[in-house]
Design a binder for this molecule. Structure first.
Ligand SMILES: C[S@@+](CC[C@H](N)C(=O)[O-])C[C@H]1O[C@@H](n2cnc3c(N)ncnc32)[C@H](O)[C@@H]1O
Length: 440
């Protein structure tokens, strides 16, 4: 691909990511599957630029708006502004790349050309930028993040704007962490045990896992270390009745299944529930690969589900991996920052409360309810926990340090009633996890 074609690819992908209901890496995979002519160098260049632009979007938009040309920011303008402010291309070079020739972007319009000239020679960062622009988060979340992080705002928000490492969860139904590391090494993939999760491997560099024997044989699956820790905090054991209430495509279900491993199978009952049939269907191939077909899947309705009523008071463990704003996974999905409005947050909170209520009915006396989000906002975490605890005297919030020692082992990374993980503090995605026990 010529430099112009790579810029055209960048613009097309930014537009597709904006319109898609999928994570950027899935959109990028689909895009290059249809363009087999693109070499690995082209793919690296375009993908790298796309992610760089997504991670700088607030600053690029600030510059585009500041030039006062009256052109609202879009994929083309962001690519242009990035090429000038970060890649240090000159306006002349860019006029050459935006030539309108085959596979190249259309020629620059007059305002676009004026924008290039106005930005040329400037640094991306400007001291007039407010914190939410400098640190790349929506302005409406400013109050929440300040209240949460205080003096750590810069560190924590910068951590969320770094590329994420690739973590794998070892499938204890089939292998051990030591054996999995060896099998990956046989496929020329280097990694090391994760710092906190005893079942995790952090891979060195970028790898294509799909073609390896270790993946195809179900010895490992991709899962962030934070997600593994949340699943471990459920504290499942063989013989238990366990419900994964928001199971989605089964990331945590598989971790729970491994915790119930006994003599080559799953001992006990593990139910995976979700309102989305599409997500539950995607779980099947993963269950097969992992040797966990004993998991019982069920699509439920959001309220008054008959299965939930029938199974009231029967579960030893109920995991709520609640739908949320996903602020904790912005490293992997930088575009997600701009997807939600304050009204969306209200709707998400209402759904979380309804899920909390419904899932709690399944817990038996002495059983546990584990509330998890991959959000950092207190509105979805501490406030929801307080909301539930106030209404349910028969549930006691357990001390997170004690639960961690019992389930994960070793000293916990945070203390108090809930576990908090973040890229800056634990090197994982951001997670919140609280464990409640039903007293009667
Ligand atoms: C954070 S995702 C789950 C991710 C999954 N546990 C994993 O580890 O891969 C949240 C899930 O909640 C589901 N969900 C949304 N509303 C729900 C409801 N009212 N009851 C049950 N599940 C719901 C969504 O379909 C989505 O799959």
């Amino acid at each position: 691909m010529t430099p112009g074609a790579r810029l055209a690819g960048t613009i097309e992908l930014l537009d597709e990511i904006d319109a898609a209901d999928q994570a950027p890496d899935q959109v990028i995979d689909g895009y290059f599957r249809q363009r087999r002519f693109a070499g690995s160098g082209d793919r690296r260049d375009v993908t790298g630029r796309v992610y760089d632009i997504l991670r700088r979007r607030a600053k690029l938009d600030w510059w585009i708006e500041r030039t006062g040309l009256g052109v609202p920011p879009n994929a083309r303008l962001r690519t242009l502004a990035f090429a000038i402010l970060e890649e240090r291309s000159s306006p002349e070079e860019l006029r050459g790349y935006f030539s309108g020739a085959r596979h190249c972007p259309d020629p620059l319009s007059e305002p676009e050309s004026a924008l290039s000239d106005a930005l040329y020679g400037r640094p991306l960062l400007n001291r007039d930028m407010p914190d939410h622009v400098r640190l790349e988060y929506p302005e409406w979340m400013d109050r929440s993040f300040r209240a949460l992080w205080g003096a750590r705002l810069d560190d924590e928000m910068s951590g969320l704007n770094q590329p994420a490492p690739m973590d794998l969860r070892v499938n204890l139904l089939k292998t051990t962490p030591e054996d999995a590391l060896q099998r990956l090494a046989d496929d020329f993939i280097d990694g090391a045990p994760t710092a906190l999760s005893p079942i995790g491997i952090r891979v060195t560099g970028k790898v294509r896992l799909g073609g390896t024997r270790a993946f195809k044989d179900g010895l490992v699956d991709v899962q962030d270390e934070g997600s593994q820790l949340a699943a471990l905090m459920v504290g499942v054991r063989p013989g238990m009745t366990v419900v994964d209430y928001c199971a989605g495509a089964g990331g945590k279900t598989l971790a729970l299944a491994a915790g119930m491993a006994h003599e080559g199978g799953i001992a006990g009952r593990l139910y995976a529930l979700d309102v989305s049939k599409y997500r539950m269907d995607r779980m099947v191939a993963r269950l097969k690969r992992a040797g966990a077909m004993a998991v019982k899947r069920r699509v439920i309705s959001a309220s008054n589900d008959p299965w939930v009523s029938e199974h009231a008071g029967r579960a030893d463990r109920v995991l709520i991996d609640a739908p949320c704003t996903g602020t904790g996974s912005w490293r992997r999905n930088p575009d997600a920052r701009w997807q939600f409005t304050p009204e969306d947050l209200d709707a998400i909170r209402a759904n979380q409360q309804s899920i909390f209520e419904n899932a709690a009915t399944l817990v038996k006396p002495g059983g546990r309810l584990i509330y998890v989000t991959c959000s950092l906002l207190q509105e979805e975490n501490e406030q929801q926990l307080a909301w539930f605890a106030e209404r349910h005297e028969n549930f006691e919030v357990l001390d997170v340090g004690a639960v961690w020692s019992e389930t994960v082992g070793g000293p916990p990374p945070s203390s108090g009633p809930a576990l908090r993980l973040s890229p800056a503090s634990t090197g994982t995605d951001g997670f919140f996890c609280a464990v409640l026990e039903r007293t009667r």
